[in-house]
Design a protein around this ligand. Sequence first.
Ligand code: ZN
Length: 313
Amino acid sequence: MTQAAPGKHYREGISIIELGEMFPTEKSAVKWFEKLVWADGRYCPRCGCTKTKKAAKTSGLPYYCTGCQQAFSVKIGTALERSKIPLRKWVFAIYLEMTNLKGVSSMKLHRDIKVTQKTAWFMLHRIREAWAGEAKALFEGPVEVDETYMGGKRKNMAKSKRKELTGRGPVGKTAVVGAKDRKTNQVAARVVQSTDAPTLQGFVEGVTSPDAKVYTDEARAYKGMDRDHESVNHSVGEYVREMAHTNGMESFWAMLKRGYQGVYHKISPKHLDRYVAEFAGRHNIREADTMRQMEAVVTRMVGKRIMYQDLTS
Ligand SMILES: [Zn+2]
């Protein structure tokens, strides 16, 4: 395998051998999950009660809630709730997913941790839930905003993109809009149903602070938005005019597309939004060391399930 020198994100990383030493047993993995999920003390994931104790061996689960009188484990109430996969395998799956810049395919995960490919596919989707609907602080700017198109076979995205801007979208492609805060290097991106002015401007206003400086290409859809806005005209070769460029966003799209082609091969429009959120999420914490990245994934997976319960209770 040819691979470039490890990137910056990898320097303070841990090797898979070290990971194996840190998690030699299922018990060690359970401990790690419990520490993250119950950082402020163990509580019942069903009723929130903190009066818990060790469960009777016969329950098959480690803890018992005296409030709702049910046994529970650390998996209950998280994205792993219905998973029968040992938590140790989850540790390795999260590690592989976070240390590969372009993500990991279900085929690779299937081989690496010895689960079926179908199970690997479900595991990766659950890990991706960690990034869904991530609430971010508004970008203070300067902010680059750009759109791209995913899917379909046509190689020349740039031309199809220009066509889209006159109102007719490329057939069979899904639009993705993104913003990057140049100061913090954070990215927000999502699939959009349309690239009309209300949609794109709504996105920009949703992720940027009202006084942020915003750079876009010359797309008509951005004209007149409620931000200090400057655009660059690609079609006349005006690619980089001082600060008015979207190169940061474009390199993010390039990474997203390399992942799409190299790892996932085919992403259905239905799942594309999760992949986009995953790429943005991984991008946003790539400066952190590997363990911090893995911890972030676990705590976000837990948060997701709690939100779901709040909505359905
Ligand atoms: Zn309870």
